[in-house]
Design a protein around this ligand. Sequence first.
Ligand code: NAP
Length: 269
Amino acid sequence: MDLGLKDAAVCVQGGTKGMGRAAAECFAADGARVVVLAREQAGIDETVARLTELGSPDAWGARIDLLDPPTIDAAFEQIRLRWSEINTLVNAAGPGGARSTWDGIPDAEYHRAFDLGAMSAVRCTRAALPLLRTAAWARVVNVSAHSTKRQSETLAAYTAAKAAMTSVSKNMSLVLAKEEILVNTVSPGSFASASFKAAMRALPAERGLNPDNLYDCMRWIAEDYGHPAHMPRAGDPKEIGAVIAFVGSRRNSYMTGANVNVDGGSDFC
Ligand SMILES: NC(=O)c1ccc[n+]([C@@H]2O[C@H](COP(=O)([O-])OP(=O)(O)OC[C@H]3O[C@@H](n4cnc5c(N)ncnc54)[C@H](OP(=O)(O)O)[C@@H]3O)[C@@H](O)[C@H]2O)c1
């Protein structure tokens, strides 16, 4: 299916690893211009090389720390100077947030989780808005989490922040629908991304869990977080990249304010 992305101007924050990276690759393979925003230059360079190889006519990156708002404004100024428009903004960075029960998390950690989990999408979308308005068509995709629908004892701050993101995403869609700027949320289940695998690698060896085995990944999530899915394995980031690309494409012309689950069925367990 042609997603209508040829030469589209696409910005993916958190686009160098995991699900954001998988989405960036789909946009590039469909012929879009793609800018990825992240903290580490090495990840940006490697991603840009791959996006170019996949066929993006203008792949590039900018360093940004979503916990440092002036760097957000600086990155969108660079995009304005280079493209003067954005067709698609994907807010995918994360995850972040201390793991503890709700009463054991200090205020500063709650604020950090909200800054990365919700305010990053608010700040990036606000900075992108003049460029989204300039474009002939525009979409925003906010990557939230399935854990907003089912609690886990030690994910209180993260989950609350993602619930806030889902809510503000709905509000954005209400306000921007009048201008045909379509805003949707995509809620992943458990995906074997960079940070996910790093957390698994820190587990004691005697647990016998291999981060490269998607069935082991789901076993970890079920045992430690109580989030099993109908499908007995975690997802590969590539399996959500294509969904994000469709939701953020011109081909999606009448879906806005939706919250799309990509979770192997965990919403119904
Ligand atoms: N993996 C899961 O199972 C899962 C489940 C539900 C929801 N999610 C959500 O899905 C999204 C993608 O997660 P993922 O697991 O695919 O992530 P990931 O593989 O860890 O990649 C995270 C991306 O965000 C960037 N990033 C992180 N902190 C940043 C910051 N402060 N400023 C700028 N960029 C930053 C990283 O680049 P740098 O490190 O170079 O900055 C990287 O490009 C996140 O919003 C996460 O909360 C994940």
